[in-house]
Design a protein around this ligand. Structure first.
Ligand SMILES: C[S@@+](CC[C@H](N)C(=O)[O-])C[C@H]1O[C@@H](n2cnc3c(N)ncnc32)[C@H](O)[C@@H]1O
Length: 279
C-alpha cells in the first residue's frame, strides 16, 4: 500500500494536485475508506496487482484533472449519493447551503409547486422532493448530455420528481398552477471569466457555467418569471458568484419582488439570494 500511495502521490503532484488528492484517489480506486487505507499502510499490507493496476490507470485520468467524482461515478450531496460522470455538472457543497435554507423557507410558504431551473444531476430537485412531501417538484434541464444523468438519479432516488427536457422558460409555461418556490443554481459565470481549476474549465459542461457578459442573463429571466408565476408569498432563491449579490437583489427588486436578502456559504462568501412575491 505504501508503494502504491507513493507512486500515485508522485504522479498527482506533477499535475499540481496534493498528497490528499492522491489518498482520495487510492480510496476511490480500491473502494475503501481513507482510514482503511491508512491502517493498511501502517500495517505494511500489500495490494493485489490487479487492484494496483486499476488505481494507477485512474491516477492517469486524475492527473489529467478529471474530477474525482467522475472517476468514482458518484457525488455526495446532503443525504444523497448522486450518479455523475462526463456531461453533468458535479454538485457543490455551497449548493447544500442553498437547499438547507430553501427547506427552512418552505415551512413558511403557501401551497404550490417547486421548480428547480437547470437541474443537472437533480441535486436540488431530488433533495427538496424528499423533504417537502405534498408539493409537486419539477426538474428542468436543457442539455442532452446531462438529461440521462438527471433521469437516472430521479428514477433511483425520487421517482415522484417530474423531469422536463428543454429550456425551462418554455416548459414552465406549459405547467398549470402556481409555484411556491423557484430555486436555481443557474449558469452565472461572466463569459470572459474562464475558471482557473481545470476540473471546472475542462469537465463541467459550458452550458452549466456561462451566462452572458456579466453572468446574469439567466438570473434576469428567473426574476421576470418569478414575478409572474410565484404564488403571493412564494419565493425565488438563486446561487451566484460572491460579487453578484447586490446586482441580484436589484434585479429582484426591479421585478417587483420584496424582502430580498443574501446568505453566505461555508467560506462566508455571499452566494445565495432570496426574495418573495408580495402577498
Ligand atoms: C450550474 S448547473 C447546476 C446543476 C444542479 N442544479 C446543481 O446545483 O448541481 C446549471 C444547469 O442548468 C442547465 N441549464 C442551463 N440553462 C438552462 C435552461 N435555459 N433551461 C434548462 N436548463 C438549463 C445546465 O445544462 C446545467 O445542468
Amino acid at each position: 500500500m505504501d508503494e502504491l500511495l507513493a507512486m500515485v502521490t508522485r504522479r498527482l503532484l506533477r499535475s499540481q494536485l496534493t498528497a490528499r488528492d492522491a489518498a482520495l484517489l487510492v480510496s476511490v480506486g480500491l473502494g475503501r475508506s481513507l482510514g482503511d487505507i491508512e491502517l493498511a499502510r501502517l500495517l505494511g499490507k500489500t495490494v493485489e496487482v490487479r487492484e494496483a493496476e486499476r488505481v494507477l490507470s485512474l491516477a492517469d485520468l486524475r492527473a489529467r484533472r478529471e474530477p474525482l467524482q467522475h472517476l468514482a461515478g458518484a457525488a455526495p450531496f446532503l443525504e444523497l449519493d448522486l450518479a455523475v460522470g462526463p456531461g453533468v455538472f458535479v454538485p457543490r457543497p455551497e449548493t447544500e447551503v442553498l437547499v438547507e435554507r430553501v427547506t427552512e423557507e418552505l415551512g413558511a410558504t403557501p401551497a404550490g409547486h417547486i421548480a428547480d431551473l437547470g437541474s443537472g444531476s437533480g441535486a436540488i430537485a431530488i433533495t427538496l422532493a424528499r423533504r417537502a412531501a405534498g408539493r409537486e417538484v419539477f426538474a428542468f434541464e436543457s442539455s442532452p448530455y446531462t438529461w440521462p444523468w438527471l433521469r437516472r438519479n430521479i428514477n433511483a432516488l425520487a421517482p415522484e420528481v417530474v423531469p422536463r427536457f428543454g429550456d425551462w422558460r418554455a416548459s414552465i409555461d406549459r405547467i398549470d398552477g402556481e409555484f411556491a418556490a423557484l430555486v436555481s443554481n443557474p449558469p452565472y459565470v461572466p463569459a470572459r471569466e474562464i475558471p482557473r481549476d481545470p476540473e471546472v474549465r475542462l469537465f463541467d459542461p459550458e452550458a452549466a457555467l456561462y451566462s452572458g457578459s456579466d453572468g446574469l442573463d439567466e438570473i434576469r429571466r428567473i426574476a421576470e418569471v418569478a414575478s409572474e408565476r410565484l404564488v403571493p408569498g412564494g419565493f425565488v432563491a438563486v446561487e451566484h458568484t460572491e460579487d453578484q449579490g447586490g446586482s441580484v437583489r436589484q434585479l429582484f427588486g426591479d421585478a417587483g419582488l420584496v424582502g430580498s436578502f443574501t446568505i453566505q456559504d461555508l467560506a462566508e462568501r455571499d452566494r445565495h439570494t432570496f426574495a418573495r412575491r408580495p402577498d
